[in-house]
Design a protein around this ligand. Structure first.
Ligand SMILES: Cc1ncc(COP(=O)(O)O)c(C=O)c1O
Length: 392
């Protein structure tokens, strides 16, 4: 029996979306965000890797993978959002405008803000990013991880001096716990998901993610892919990619496909029911970064107007992606990709190689002319699990 199961929900894009939805990622903001990231010590763009051998094997024209295993020393893209949102908070305290928001301008005023404590709930990668950025700017960080989180990920957060602990709750309840602690202690909540009344910080986090597109595609339309697959937990990352692509390319924006685990398909279900829904329970999946039960409010508003299809995948699909990327064809480089990072490649692989997925292939228009961009959003952030899967 094939365990590499993919379900597809085609999204209705017949209504012309309100352009204001995508304005959070307008060209000027995206430029400011990139300038800020470039000011951080040790910044360099992560590799955009071309895989000609695998593209040929899958029957598509081009395949590029943005490899976030090399993002600072953090092995995941999330710091692009956390560092920018933290800088915006500190810039507000100091009184810096967007064009003055640089690492050096911020730390020159450290005494004005070093009493601030940032708090967040996280699967691991966002918490590691918040801890890293707090250490960089000289603030404190408190991080709550959901039940079942790996001890390796907990230690990786503590490594940067944050106070971190594993709660007995799932991700969504841990977020509410962090929000309560922020109110109780006068801490600043730096959360990567949004709800009614909590939108400003998550919008800054989404803006921070835009640097991934700036680094991948640049200002012109010359290197636009035809298809972009994005993995989603709460959908902030996917919505940031959608918004940046639309503001960059307008009507020429690529077909966007969102990929989620079958243990936590909150966007897939929201698309099916045509409203934002919350999934209850343990949200069990090996894709820890995608184990979220409720879509981000702003994320969902953007995605329902920009995504062509929502895919829901078994864990086996993520495992397949990790193995294929870690064991490349002779002409391709090796990419170390973790569970949440590799699921989009696993999905593309299954769609292009398994006859059972022929309808999905047709529905999303994948063929020999397709130029596909994927994001390996994390490396082996849980090295023991990585080895278990890739060696198995
Ligand atoms: C590695 C990785 N990829 C993708 C995501 C999904 O991002 P979002 O929750 O914004 O959808 C996460 C979230 O933590 C992640 O850690």
């Amino acid at each position: 029996m094939n365990k590499n199961v993919i379900s597809c929900q085609i999204n209705d894009l017949s209504q012309v979306p309100d352009a204001a939805l995508f304005d959070f990622a307008n060209k000027e903001t995206v430029r400011h965000v990139h300038d800020f990231h470039r000011s951080l010590p040790g910044y360099r763009p992560t590799p955009l890797v071309r895989l000609p051998g695998l593209a040929d094997y899958l029957g598509i024209r081009e395949l590029w993978i943005k490899d976030e295993n090399h993002r600072f020393d953090l092995q995941a893209f999330k710091v692009l959002g956390a560092s920018y949102a933290m800088a915006k908070c500190l810039g507000e305290v100091i009184g810096l405008g967007d064009d003055e928001l640089t690492y050096h301008n911020i730390i020159a005023h450290k005494s004005a803000y070093d009493h601030i404590t940032f708090v967040t709930a996280t699967d691991g990668n966002h918490g590691r990013a918040v801890a890293w950025a707090a250490k960089l700017f000289g603030c404190k960080a408190v991080v709550y991880l959901p039940k079942g989180s790996s001890l390796i990920r907990l230690e990786a957060i503590r490594h940067y001096g944050a106070q971190a602990s594993i709660t007995g709750m799932n991700f969504d309840d841990s977020v509410m716990h962090a929000s309560g602690k922020a109110q109780e202690n006068g801490w600043t909540l730096l959360q990567d998901t949004s709800w009614e009344g909590y939108e400003k910080v998550p919008r800054h986090i989404m803006q921070g993610y835009s640097t991934l597109i700036t680094e991948s595609i640049g200002p012109g339309k010359a290197h636009l892919p035809t298809h972009v697959f994005v993995q989603a937990g709460v959908g902030s990352f996917a919505a940031a990619m959608a918004g940046t692509l639309v503001s960059l390319a307008g009507g020429d924006a690529p077909t966007l496909i969102v990929v989620e685990p079958e243990g936590a398909p909150c966007l897939f279900e929201s698309s099916k029911k045509e409203e934002r829904v919350r999934i209850q329970g343990d949200l069990a999946t090996i894709m820890a970064g995608l184990s979220c039960g409720e879509p981000s409010l702003i994320g969902w508003q953007v995605l329902k107007s920009a995504v062509s299809a929502f895919l829901m995948c078994s864990d086996e699909v993520a495992r397949k992606g990790m193995k294929v990327l870690g064991n490349p064809l002779p002409e391709d480089p090796c990419i170390i990709s973790g569970e949440s990072g590799a699921v989009t490649l696993g999905a593309l692989f299954e769609i292009m190689t398994d006859k059972q997925n022929m309808k999905i292939r047709k529905d999303i228009g994948l063929n020999s002319d397709s130029r596909v961009l994927l994001f390996s959003t994390e490396g082996d952030t849980d090295p023991d699990l990585y080895r278990d899967i890739v060696w198995a």
